[in-house]
Structure formats: C-alpha cells, structure tokens
Ligand binder design. Structure first.
Ligand code: GTP
Ligand code: MG
Length: 193
C-alpha cells in the first residue's frame, strides 16, 4: 500500500492561538501524555525517522507543531499533557490555547489519543476524551509501545479499554516494530473531509 503520509513535512510550531494558520482544510491532533510516544508514532506513520523530535526527557515538545501531509491535511503534534519539564510560562499558554482550539477551530477533524499500553487511561487521558465528547470531535484511542507486552497481554489490555470506551475501536501500535500503522492510517483517512 502506498504510504499517503510519506511526503509529510514540518511547517511551523506555534505557542498561541493568534499564531495559528488560517482555519482551512483538515487537522488531526496527536494528543497524549508526555512520553506516550506521539512523536515516534508520527515518524513511523510518515516513514521519516527525522521528522519529529523524539525525547528521552518527557515534555520535549512544547509547541503545537504543524506537519503538512498534503494541501488538505495537517497533523498537529501536541505537547504532552504531563508537561514535566517545560517552563511555567509555556504551561500557562497551553491550557487556554487548547480550549480555544477545540471551541473555535473548524479544521479540527479528529484527535488521536496516544497512551502507553502499560499506563493507559490516566486522568489526563479521560480529560482529553471528555473534551472530544463535549465538542463532538471524533477520537482514536491508540495504545503505544506494544512491543513492551506479549500478544496475549496486548489483547487483554485492548479488551479492558474497549469495555471502558465503547464508541470507537482501540488500536495498538509499536513505533519501534512499525506495527499497527496500516490500521491507524485507515482510521485517520476516515476523518478526512
Ligand atoms: N519500546 C518502545 N519505545 C518507544 C516507542 N515509541 C516511543 N518510544 C520511546 O518513548 C519515549 C518517548 O517517545 P516520544 O515519541 O518522544 O514521546 P512523545 O509523546 O512525543 O513525548 P513528548 O513530546 O515529550 O510529549 C522515547 O524514549 C521513545 O524512544 C515504541 O513503539 N516502543
Ligand atoms: Mg513529542
């Protein structure tokens, strides 16, 4: 299958709502706690290991980074919700930015919620799910780092999470082993208008 995300390129990073580009096309948010594996997943999805910065230290991504897939589609790599290492000023910027973004942004098409398969559905993940539900934005829960568990355990976790979130399918990926990305691409494509 041809990788539709292959030519994705970084365009810019923004830290405040007023600096967002024009509200056109489709935007898919990559959300999740710090260290969940968002940037790694973006790199694996696009087959470009140099695209997004991968961090050993949580909280490395501190802006909304815009990655252009094509004229109609942007992937937005968000700062992790945990925000362990970023400055107070950046933290302050971010909360209102996200709220405003959800309230106003017409381009927002879907949110991918990345969760480490060993630590899924923490409070901040529920907050994000709630935000999506409140604003009627479709979301895709994705369990990351599946290489850390046996196949049996993966299925158990998926089943457990699926019981708690019934309205959408739960996916599992490993950016390290590059598994699960065909399904993830297919899910993303469903939300492109
Ligand atoms: N074993 C394994 N490790 C992974 C995988 N994906 C990411 N990691 C590791 O998890 C750590 C965090 O990955 P990132 O992709 O930077 O996570 P992030 O969610 O973008 O983090 P922030 O930008 O800080 O919010 C890095 O050390 C990665 O190497 C995976 O599929 N398998
Ligand atoms: Mg990141």
């Amino acid at each position: 299958m041809k990788n539709l995300f292959k030519n994705t390129e970084f365009v810019f990073g923004v830290t405040s709502y007023k600096n967002l580009p024009e509200d056109i096309g489709c935007e898919i948010l990559l959300a999740g706690r710090s260290n969940a594996g968002k940037s790694s997943a973006l790199n694996a999805l696009t087959d470009n290991s140099k695209l997004a910065r991968i961090s050993k230290t949580p909280g490395r991504t501190t802006e909304i980074n815009f990655f252009k897939v094509n004229e109609d589609l942007m992937l937005l790599d968000l700062p992790g919700y945990g925000f362990a290492k970023s400055s107070k000023a950046k933290k302050k910027d971010w909360g209102p930015l996200l709220g405003q973004y959800f309230r106003q942004r017409k381009a927002l098409a879907a949110v991918i919620i990345f969760m480490d398969i060993r630590h899924p559905l923490k409070e901040s993940d529920w907050d994000m799910i709630q935000l999506c539900r409140d604003f009627n934005i479709p979301f895709i829960p994705v369990l990351t780092k599946s290489d850390k568990l046996s196949n049996n355990k993966i299925l158990n976790v998926i089943k457990k999470i699926q019981d708690k979130i019934q309205e959408v399918n739960i996916l599992a990926i490993s950016s390290q082993k590059r598994t699960g990305f065909d399904k993830l691409s297919a899910e993303i494509l469903k939300f492109i208008r």
